[in-house]
Write a protein that binds this ligand. Structure first.
Ligand SMILES: [Zn+2]
Length: 336
């Protein structure tokens, strides 16, 4: 009896501690890793984008070896600067190539994260035929299947949902992909990164997620820098949404710094994501065309943030802790 009394609390503690140590995961093209291993991260970049349209794109449009030769030096460059992870935000029908990403990850040592989802901006040019006829549940079923079984037999699994909506307000096809994303999130715990821009469609999407019982913390307001009114960013961040100023260029330095300082003052730096939205190999252009590299954040933005008073801890928050939290696999429900 005495032993039982001693053993029971011990077992309870054991169960409790195993719950606590059950680490969150992120999903890279080379498989699952603990979220704590994400390291310094560029959360929105592209290695290849094919703008020809859903009706004409395909793996025949590029030679993987040629792409590797062109793109690898840019990954090695950020590795040298201490980056560990790059999130590749090119969706299916726009040049997503899981096998290519796997090769690039293996050759560079950079962890790469890819996605499932559809891009419904630009007049739905990148939506495949079934995207017009199927309902949100049917579309979600395809994305969930990729999350559960991998992408097209490649053995590569998506680590987030990438969608895109029109810039000023949601159209019917946009609503459909947002609903499909909400359904997919509830099933998979993949975060929703939505190419958005202005505040109106951002809030429209948060409203749809709410209808589905999905928290704003499952949503990355992508290209939020296009919205001029910082109050809209503050409000969305207070709701829990991620705010991505993801197209950093040298000429935008002042505004990005101003935004970071404001968010720090508001206690919302834990909802901010920065990146370049740069790259990429362009199929159809000689040797893939011009490529914008991924070093401006490290060489210009971070020094400017530090100069303006952000601490080492703040920098860690922005480029390591926030991406780890955003991309960790977790179903975020308004009522659990
Ligand atoms: Zn992008």
């Amino acid at each position: 009896m005495k032993t039982v009394k001693l053993v029971l609390p011990f077992l309870f503690l054991l169960v409790l501690s195993s719950c606590n140590t059950k680490e969150s995961k992120i999903i890279t093209v080379n498989g699952e890793i603990p979220a704590s291993e994400i390291g310094k991260t560029l959360h929105h970049e592209h290695l290849l984008v094919d703008f020809i349209g859903a009706d004409s794109t395909g793996y025949h449009r590029w030679d993987k070896n040629e792409v590797v030769e062109k793109v690898l030096p840019y990954l090695l460059e950020i590795k040298k600067l201490g980056y560990k992870t790059l999130v590749e935000c090119t969706p299916a029908y726009l040049g997503r190539d899981p096998e290519l990403l796997k090769i690039l990850s293996e050759k560079s040592g950079i962890q790469i994260i890819t996605n499932t989802g559809y891009y419904s901006a630009v007049g739905a040019k990148f939506i495949p035929p079934h995207g017009f006829t199927e309902n949100p549940g049917q579309i979600a079923k395809r994305w969930i299947a990729e999350a559960k079984n991998g992408i097209e037999g490649s053995g590569v699994f998506p680590g987030f949902i990438k969608i895109a909506v029109e810039r000023k307000a949601l159209e019917e096809i946009n609503r459909k992909v947002v609903e499909a994303a909400a359904i997919t999130h509830k099933e998979t715990g993949l975060v929703i990164m939505s190419h958005t821009g202005l505040a109106v469609p951002a809030y429209q999407q948060l409203a749809i997620l709410k209808e589905y019982g999905v928290q704003p913390s499952a949503f990355i307001w992508t290209h939020a820098h296009n919205e001029k009114n910082f109050n809209k960013h503050i409000e969305a961040a207070q709701l829990g949404s991620w705010i991505a100023f993801d197209n950093f260029k040298p000429e935008r330095l002042e505004r990005y710094v101003e935004f970071a300082l404001l968010m720090k003052k508001e206690g919302l730096l834990n909802k901010v994501l920065f990146s370049h939205d740069a790259g990429w190999y362009k199929p159809g252009e000689p040797n893939g065309g011009t490529f914008r590299g991924f070093t401006d954040v490290e060489e210009l933005l971070i020094p400017a943030l530090e100069k303006n008073g952000l601490s080492q801890h703040d920098i860690y928050q922005l480029f390591t802790a926030n991406p780890a939290e955003a991309f960790k696999i977790k179903i975020r429900l308004t009522h659990s």
